[in-house]
Structure formats: structure tokens, C-alpha cells
Design a protein. Structure first.
Length: 147
């Protein structure tokens, strides 16, 4: 499988972008990153991407939301159609407005109580066992109601 790292980003951008500016500067300036459908199974260290606002990671094999502590500027996070079973490690995403988690394996909607800017949560089409229903943590539900 593939781990999302700055090396993967380097291989994904065009040669034209790489020759015009230092790669470190590019990482610091980047605001949108689309790495959907790349067989990524883990989110690695992207702390160089401090200005990242929109991150597209849908249609991968990611099983855990992790290593996003640096991402305090992210407003939109697209993680639909992965293998995520738990909504975790979201509290550092202080500016997150839209969270897309449809098509995963989530059984409990939780961890949204620290995200004050959340406006939209897309959680449709979870792959749940027949006996399970999607549950909502009361604190997360309250957070969504306030926003």
C-alpha cells in the first residue's frame, strides 16, 4: 500500500511546478491537495503543508484519521470511500467546516464537539453490519445543532 507523505506529493506534482520554485516553498504555499484514488492506506507527516485548506483523500484505503495535528487551517476534508471505522484525531482541525466521511465503516459519529466551525457532515452509506445502526454521540450532535 501507499503512505501519504511529502515524497508522494513530490511525485504527484508536475515537473513544471517543481522547477519554478523550491519544493519546500511549494509545500508551505499549497492550499489544495488532491490525492484521491491513489491506494493510500495511511496519512503520514504533512506538517510542511501549513497552509493546506482543502484535502481530497477520497477513494483510497485509509483506515485511520491521523497525523493532521498540523492542519489547523483545513476547512474541507474529503475522506469518503475509505476504510475508516472511527472518527478520531479531529480536534486539531479548528477551522474545519465540511467533513466528508460517506462510504466508510463508521458506527458512531463522535469527536465533533471540539470543532466549532463545522457546518456540514456527510456520513451517508456507511458499511455497517446488518444488526448495527449509526449512532451519534450526544456532544457531537449538540455541536452540529449549534453550527
Amino acid at each position: 500500500m501507499v503512505r501519504l507523505t511529502v515524497d508522494l506529493i513530490a511525485r504527484s506534482i508536475s515537473q513544471k511546478n517543481r522547477s519554478q520554485e523550491d519544493f519546500g516553498q511549494y509545500l508551505r504555499k499549497i492550499t489544495h491537495l488532491n490525492l484521491s484514488a491513489r491506494n493510500i492506506d495511511a496519512i503520514g507527516d504533512l506538517s510542511s503543508c501549513k497552509n493546506l485548506r482543502v484535502l481530497y483523500l477520497y477513494d483510497n484505503q485509509i483506515n485511520q484519521i491521523q497525523n493532521l495535528d498540523f492542519a489547523s487551517n483545513i476547512t474541507h476534508l474529503y475522506l469518503q470511500n475509505n476504510c475508516i471505522a472511527c472518527m478520531e484525531n479531529l480536534s486539531s482541525l479548528k477551522k474545519l467546516e465540511k467533513l466528508y466521511l460517506g462510504g466508510n465503516y463508521i458506527t458512531v459519529v463522535e469527536g465533533l464537539d471540539k470543532i466549532e466551525e463545522i457546518r456540514e457532515l456527510h456520513i451517508e452509506s456507511q458499511h455497517l453490519p446488518h444488526s448495527k445502526k449509526l449512532l451519534f454521540d450526544p456532544r457531537s450532535l449538540q455541536s452540529l445543532a449549534v453550527s
